[in-house]
Design a protein around this ligand. Structure first.
Ligand code: GDP
Ligand code: GDP
Length: 441
């Protein structure tokens, strides 16, 4: 599981600026989906081989109204799940009383703590460092988040001690005694949608008990199992064995656990509730899945006990709301009674196979040529964007690279048009496709 890095500090010290800096990635498919907005609080990032999850705690330590108490509870929850806490302070103002109070609180958490004076641009970093030693949090790591200065060095220190500990968790013992390739499947969804019920249904009660991994410090569990000659590892975000009343009260939906599970998975099964419409939380999870470029299976749970006319109504409603996810099929299941659950295996296999498929270059070029002939790219300042040739640039998710002229000016509508055509012509069901446009050759 990816390490969790939590940003803490009073307002205006530059947390969201640093968050953007740490989560900006070429990988983001989300930009192609106007229906989704980027999560500004929970994000994924990567430096070299090290992937991580970043959480911006926003206005922690501020105010005392009900809302900010909620925010604080969330921030504490994030800190409790953190592998490292970056404590941001404003280099221009020097340490304030609020900083000192926060420093005291953070020290008590016993987390690995990095003191990060921000906005050192135009200042003498040594003077700034000297100023902040008084907080008693060790060596300050000065940065200018707005310019990216010092961020790489800071992250090198943060990620250093982490990789060893993280790898232990990523490689659970069962991996060693099996040569089979396992498909890592995460079952995600909001609380009460039926995740635990589905996992129990897929595994049978006993297996959950047998394979619950002791010694993992994370809440999510890796559960190996086989079915019809195929091997899977289920990533359980329901954390059913660990679910405590306190935890439920603090945060009913754990964005961190969901992000970790999505990142660790190859295929994500998103459970939706037939009795409820699509919520903001569902859309947020879809955003995580697309941001990570994971294969996706949509399963509508609690399909039992519904009148046929009601079913038709629900089905049409979902198809309309989820129309933008046209690569993912909808499955209607009852985790409780097992109806339709068997079909999920085929869905997972298909999605996985699509996401790692090797694409034929002549075929890609044929599809591109036909697409362009059927519908020309728009004119930009009187000149037509030219798309010349295509090839595969990666797998899992499939990346299609298109070379041409002025490709940066291609509208998102036209990008969508191309993605749709590739999706349909190649029959790549269950996986998003990433389009990479290159100019100049
Ligand atoms: P947050 O409230 O902690 O999330 O802070 P923001 O990221 O919103 O930043 C607050 C203000 O500080 C914004 O006006 C930023 O442009 C500015 N800021 C952030 N980082 C830097 C920096 O490295 N140098 C300077 N000079 N300003 C910065
Ligand atoms: P989780 O929070 O996502 O893990 O959800 P649970 O698996 O704990 O299920 C929440 C509630 O929904 C429980 O009362 C389940 O019995 C019920 N439930 C789960 N799946 C189904 C289903 O397919 N049909 C019906 N009618 N109820 C279900």
């Amino acid at each position: 599981m990816e390490p969790v890095i939590v940003l803490v500090g009073r307002p205006n010290v530059g947390k969201s600026t640093l968050f953007n800096c740490l989560t900006r990635s070429r990988d983001a498919l989300v930009a192609d989906f106007p229906e989704l907005t980027r999560d500004r609080q929970y994000g994924r990032g990567r430096i070299g081989p090290c992937a991580y999850i970043v959480v911006d705690t926003g206005g922690m330590g501020q105010g005392n109204g009900a809302i900010s108490e909620g925010v604080q509870a969330q921030a504490r929850q994030a800190i409790a799940q953190a592998d490292a806490v970056l404590f941001l302070v404003d280099a221009r103002s020097g340490p304030t009383a609020a900083d000192e109070a926060l420093a005291g609180e953070l020290r008590a958490q016993g987390k690995q703590l990095f003191l990060v004076p921000n906005k050192v641009d135009g200042l003498d970093a040594r003077v700034v460092a000297a100023d902040f030693y008084t907080l008693g949090l060790g060596d300050p790591h000065p940065i200018a988040a707005a310019h990216g200065t010092g961020v790489a060095r800071l992250m090198a220190s943060v990620l250093q001690g982490m990789t060893a500990a993280v790898n232990e968790v990523v490689e659970p013992p069962y991996r060693r005694d099996t040569a089979v390739e396992r498909i890592r499947v995460a079952i995600v969804g909001r609380p009460n949608v039926g995740k635990s019920t589905l996992i129990n249904r897929l595994l049978g009660e006993e297996r959950v008990l047998v394979h619950d991994q002791p010694g993992t410090t994370r809440d999510s569990i890796f559960i190996p199992f086989e079915r019809d000659g195929f091997a899977y590892t289920l990533i359980d975000t329901a954390g059913m064995r660990r679910r405590s009343r306190v935890y439920e009260a603090v945060e009913k939906f754990s964005a961190i656990k969901t992000l970790q599970a999505v990142t660790a998975a190859q295929v994500v099964i998103l459970l939706l509730d037939a009795h409820e419409s699509i919520t903001e939380q569902d859309v947020r999870i879809i955003g995580y899945v697309l941001d990570a470029g994971r294969a996706l299976v949509l399963a509508v749970n609690k399909w039992d006990g519904l009148e046929p006319s009601r079913r038709e109504q629900i089905r049409r409603g979902l198809e309309r709301k989820l129309g933008f996810l046209d690569f993912a099929k909808l499955y209607f299941i009852s985790a409780l009674y097992g109806t339709g659950v068997g079909l999920l295996y085929g869905a997972v296999q298909q999605a996985y196979a699509s996401s790692c498929r090797k694409l034929d270059t002549p075929q890609l070029n044929r599809i591109l040529t036909e697409a362009v002939a059927a519908h020309q790219p728009p004119l930009v300042r009187g000149r037509r964007v030219k798309l010349r040739y295509a090839h595969q640039g990666g797998r899992n998710p499939p990346v299609i690279v298109i070379h041409g002229n002025q490709t940066a000016r291609l509208t998102s509508a036209y990008r969508r048009y191309l993605v749709n055509i590739f999706q349909r012509q190649l029959g790549l069901w269950g996986t998003p496709i990433r389009l990479e446009l290159r100019a100049g050759s």
